[in-house]
Design a protein around this ligand. Structure first.
Ligand code: NAP
Length: 314
């Protein structure tokens, strides 16, 4: 791992972090990107991304982020994968990042740790995780060939993944707690027109049923009542997200939901620490926005570091 005091450490290897990496390594800043898993972030699990400009036929999420990774590495970015961050402290302007594998010191830090899917918190969910309960249609959809699966939630993720699951399952049941989807209009149109997708409106999951693997769900109205049991072989959960900010709780200001508060330069409450992408409070959660924020945070961090080192352009 890199030694001495780095210019910038980027934490998180999704589109925001990788873009920051491209900009910083091209600017010849001494930078390292650390990532608790492999690089890619949540878009890597998206089967197809249709709204990233420049790809009129769409592009697989994995390929898009893999291209970003290669681009960053071509400019010399060091990527330190499978090395989770535990904490960051600031000692006289030097940021000390405690990682599972040792420590990194840097003048600037960009947090681009994104978010992860939220659990439902109902009986059976944990018990059947990996045995029919999943957060990832791209990873697990093929296990349900010719089966019936439920998708919980009404946002873009639920709609996209429900459509994807129709490739395998003979029937996909979307369970949504309201009477209309939150997903964008084009996805709504596709979902509602799909012959193999049924939507259960105004229903929430009370329990995941099964013996060894999932066999069904108990549904009810959001205020209780109207209980029913449906038979499903699998259930995919898309009921929102939790920010990956646990290691930062003591370091930077977070909003009430745990997302990082920044100013218009993407600076957090600590000088020299910036945040970009989905982890930022108020972010528009789109790959194209994360990419833009990664570039912006990189340029702000570069200016900050140049200023400290006295290498800023006059
Ligand atoms: P989301 O937009 O927060 O949607 C979560 C859905 O789950 C909502 O429909 C919500 O219902 C429902 N929900 C929340 N808690 C629930 C509970 N306890 N029980 C039942 N239902 C519950 O999350 P997301 O779909 O993962 O998307 C996250 C962000 O990424 C969004 O900003 C989204 O636009 C973006 N995204 C974009 C794309 C794209 O552009 N192609 C793809 C994926 C994600 P309500 O509607 O009633 O609140």
């Amino acid at each position: 791992m890199a030694e001495g005091i780095l210019d910038v450490v980027i934490v998180g290897g999704g589109p925001a972090g990788l873009t920051a990496g491209i900009y910083l390594s091209r600017a010849r800043m001494k930078s390292v990107l650390v990532e608790k898993q492999g690089p890619g972030g949540s878009p890597a699990l998206s089967e197809r991304i249709e709204n990233y400009p420049g790809f009129p036929e769409g592009i697989s999420g994995f390929e898009l982020v893999d291209r970003m990774r290669r681009q960053a590495e071509n400019f010399g970015l060091e990527i330190n994968a499978y090395n989770p961050l535990n904490s960051i402290k600031d000692e006289d302007g030097v940021k000390i990042l405690e990682m599972d594998e040792g420590e990194l010191r840097a003048l600037g830090v960009i947090i681009a740790t994104g978010m992860r899917p939220a659990p439902l918190g109902v009986p059976g969910e944990e018990e059947f995780l990996g045995k029919g309960v999943s957060f990832c249609a791209t990873c697990d959809g093929a296990f349900f060939k010719d089966g019936t699966v439920a998708v919980i939630g009404g946002g873009n993720s639920a709609a996209e993944e429900a459509l994807f699951l129709t490739r395998f399952a003979k029937k996909v049941i979307i369970v949504h707690r309201r009477d209309r989807l939150r997903a964008g209009k084009i996805l709504q149109e596709r979902v509602l027109a799909h012959p193999n997708i049924e939507v259960k409106w105004n229903k929430v999951v009370k329990e995941v049923l099964g013996k060894g693997t999932v066999s069904g769900l108990v549904l009810a109205g959001p205020e209780g009542g109207g209980e029913e049991e449906i038979k499903v072989d699998g259930v995919f959960l898309y009921v929102g997200n939790i920010p990956n900010t646990e290691p930062l709780k003591e370091t930077v200001e977070l909003d009430g939901n745990g997302f990082i508060v920044t100013d218009s330069d993407l600076k957090t409450s600590v000088d020299g620490i910036y945040a970009a992408g989905d982890v930022r409070s108020g972010a528009i959660r789109q790959v194209v926005v994360a990419v833009g924020e990664g570039a912006r945070a990189a340029m702000a961090a570069q200016a900050y570091v140049d200023n400290i080192k006295g290498t800023a352009y006059i």
